[in-house]
Design a protein around this ligand. Structure first.
Ligand code: FAD
Ligand code: EPU
Length: 347
């Protein structure tokens, strides 16, 4: 099939920050063969960069894209195999992540209910090992298939191949654009284990009068909490948490906690403590008397209910958001001696 290639189009509808950057070449693909066909066309245009796009909910476009933007639209959800305890389900990379979560809940397949309402596509989920409310993709991951665009062959990655970490994976460090994730297979459970200890889930279930837990009730609680805290990208441009929660040595955390008893931190098995970046940002600012939380410069701002989320109120461009992000990083470093690392991918 001959794919439609568009030139010099605005990427505004394709990124949740709502950045009006342009793509020199833009095309969608719905199979590995179509992607290979596009690769042939790409080689004709010379050595231009290639960006793989899912839902555009974890990117910041800081400029017009001089190369190719390829949107993954590989669809399909398939039950591959089941045994007395597990379900193995494969989803095309272009499927909506939240759509997949709802599909599994309807069938009573447990494991991803805490990951409801995370925007974006299935194929991007392994990139940063998406996580929320005490569950990460790695907890239910079985394998994935990716096209190695250099070797032009499909490769299977197992759990250990993916080297998942907190908002991290093998793919974050591999050559940009080399591996295009085609599908992801999850190993879900027929016997739900409810993860309710994180954050406000228990409280939210009590408020809703839920006595007997179910995966549907947990997803509903997660959806309510998320909707109350996080801005809806359809209304206010954003890409979720802009920074990762930083890990610091336990000794440094003790010093911090002595100076600021209200700071939140979560100890990890390796002896480090993960500090709430939202707190660090809320409790610092452009000067001594102003907090970043709710701060706004032009149309670039920090969300008033969640300081970890940077927002575009309308016409901010990627450079303005990037400048605000680096001002936040500098002030947090100056005050707390902690480096905030970006979660969002810059292009
Ligand atoms: P994109 O933004 O399109 O792409 C992200 C990166 O992955 C890019 O580098 C892209 O090149 C690469 N990529 C995309 N698809 C493929 C593919 N098929 N093969 C290879 N590379 C690919 N994240 C969390 O972890 N937890 C949360 O709770 C969470 N909450 C959010 C809330 C809001 C309101 C928003 C806007 C974002 C949130 N995010 C969260 C971030 C985001 O939703 C996830 O990172 C999501 O997985 C991104 O999916 P996407 O399809 O939009 O990826
Ligand atoms: N906090 C503040 N002020 C703020 C925001 C947060 O003080 O403005 C403190 C509070 O003490 C709160 C703590 O930070 O108890 C944690 O806040 P929250 O529960 O909102 O979670 P988070 O650490 O800010 C992380 C993920 C989210 C994920 C939630 C729920 C990262 C970088 N972010 O946010 O993921 O949805 O936990 O599990 O790990 C994303 O990655 O894009 C994302 C939204």
């Amino acid at each position: 099939m001959l794919m439609q290639i568009q030139e010099n189009i605005s990427l505004r509808p394709y990124n949740t920050f709502g950045m009006d950057a342009k793509a020199r070449y833009f095309a969608a693909f719905s199979s590995a063969d179509e992607l290979l066909g596009l690769n042939d066309r790409i080689s004709v245009t010379g050595n231009l960069p290639v960006m793989i796009l899912g839902g555009g909910s974890n990117i910041l476009l800081t400029k017009d894209q001089e190369g190719w933007v390829l949107k993954n639209e590989i669809r399909g959800v398939q039950l591959l195999h089941e045994d007395p305890d597990h379900i193995y389900v494969r989803a095309g990379a272009g499927e909506s992540w939240h759509g997949l979560v709802m599909y599994c809940i309807e069938r009573n397949w447990a494991g991803i209910e805490n990951l409801a309402l995370i925007p974006g596509c299935v194929g991007a989920a392994p990139m940063q090992n998406i996580g929320a409310y005490g569950v990460e993709l790695k907890d239910v991951f079985h394998s994935l298939e990716a096209l190695d665009t250099k070797k032009r062959s499909v490769v299977t990655f197992t759990l250990s191949d993916c080297a998942f970490g907190y908002r991290d994976s093998f793919f974050k460090h591999s050559e940009p654009g080399r591996y295009v994730i085609l599908s992801v297979t999850l190993k879900l459970s027929k016997h739900p284990v409810f993860h309710v200890s994180y954050g406000a889930i228990k409280e939210e279930l009590e408020k809703a009068g839920v006595k007997a837990y179910s995966i549907k009730a947990i997803a509903d609680a997660v959806i309510r909490i998320r909707s109350s805290k996080l801005p809806d990208p359809a209304v206010t441009g954003n890409a979720g948490s802009f920074f990762k929660n930083p890990s610091i040595p336990a000794t440094q955390f003790e010093v911090l906690k002595t100076a600021y008893p209200e700071v939140s931190g979560y100890p990890a098995a390796d002896g480090t403590v993960k500090v709430a970046a939202g707190w660090l940002i809320e409790h610092s600012g452009p000067d001594e008397n102003i907090s970043w939380k709710g701060y706004r410069v032009g149309d670039a701002g920090v969300h008033p209910r969640q300081a970890l989320v940077l927002v575009n109120y309308g016409k901010a461009n990627g450079e303005a958001i990037a400048a605000l992000a680096s001002a936040i990083q500098s002030s947090v470093f100056l005050k707390y001696n902690i480096k905030l690392e970006k979660e969002v991918n810059f292009y």
